[in-house]
Ligand binder design. Structure first.
Ligand SMILES: Nc1ncnc2c1ncn2[C@@H]1O[C@H](C[S@+](CC[C@H]([NH3+])C(=O)[O-])CC(=O)[O-])[C@@H](O)[C@H]1O
Ligand SMILES: O=C(O)C(=O)Cc1ccccc1
Length: 251
């Protein structure tokens, strides 16, 4: 795994981008920066086993290197018997609008055998049709959408989900209380420092993502999903990062 030294040697002017340099170090970057990332990756198969339906589609929107698609696809045949039959006809769609990311994802998955067709889509999520979905993953991606577009995109996902399906929505979030917000932000930076990032790296990265990652609060996330019709529960939370299960209930 290539070490993320992007902001160690130089200050890269301008906004953060998912370019070739970032794609190369991405596994290391996300592990050391996002407290709940490993917990999600280690347990996503449990969601797949329970919610992926026979003859349905699974979408990984903003898939980066395809880590979640890979984990789901390889673990689906290992579904425990007590949860019913292993679905045989499932199509995976991994979507990202960064070419360096999607190319690497494609290359990695090509090296592994699977009976589940997997389609890599290099496009903006907003252009991708979502139909007959039993599982949609949006891991740390909605935060890069324009705030005014978020409701419509989630609504579109709700419409494309089958009853009994689930949206996994993971986000970095803010706290409505300014004092608490400052504390949790500092604690997250302590977490990054513990993982080997210097103060200078933390500061430079903070500036680079400031304009591209506009965060909602946790109450905002939950209220919006509920307004659309989802039933929600938080299944992972660490510092200012959370992952929400948003269910489309059976009628
Ligand atoms: N509108 C968009 N359309 C398509 N892709 C987009 C868009 N906006 C952002 N992206 C893509 O979303 C990804 C966000 S990273 C996701 C991690 C992954 N989910 C993981 O579970 O490993 C999270 C992070 O780095 O904080 C990048 O690859 C962008 O190119
Ligand atoms: O690094 C950070 O401080 C973050 O908030 C997470 C992150 C991880 C990868 C790309 C952009 C933001």
């Amino acid at each position: 795994m290539t070490k993320d030294n992007i902001y160690a040697d130089q200050d890269i002017p301008g906004d953060f981008q998912f370019n070739d340099v970032v794609a190369e170090v991405f596994p290391d970057m996300i592990q050391r920066s996002v407290p709940i990332y490993q917990a999600i990756l280690d347990n996503i198969q449990l969601l797949g086993h329970r919610y992926i339906q026979e003859q349905s589609n699974v979408y990984d929107l903003g898939c980066s290197l395809g880590a979640m698609t890979f984990a789901l696809r390889q673990s689906l045949p290992l579904k425990p018997e007590r949860l019913g039959a292993v679905p045989q006809k499932v199509n995976f769609y991994a979507v990202d609008n960064s070419a360096p990311m999607i190319q690497r994802a494609q290359l990695k998955l090509a090296g592994y055998q699977s009976n589940y067709p997997t389609t890599f889509v290099l496009d903006n999520i907003e252009n991708v049709q979502i139909t007959n979905a039993s599982m949609v993953i949006m891991n740390f991606v909605l935060q890069f959408f324009k705030p005014q577009d978020r409701y419509a995109q989630l609504e579109r996902i709700y419409a494309g989900l089958n009853p009994g399906g689930v949206l996994v929505l993971s986000e970095k979030f803010t706290n409505p209380n300014a004092y608490a917000e400052e504390q949790i932000k500092q604690l997250h930076w302590d977490f990054k420092a513990k993982n080997g990032y210097s103060q200078l790296e933390i500061e430079r990265k903070r500036n680079a993502i400031e304009n591209v990652m506009i965060l909602d609060s946790l109450p905002e996330h939950l209220a919006r999903l509920e307004q659309i019709g989802f039933e929600v529960v938080i299944w992972q939370l660490g510092f200012n990062f959370c992952s929400i299960l948003a269910f489309k209930p059976q009628k």
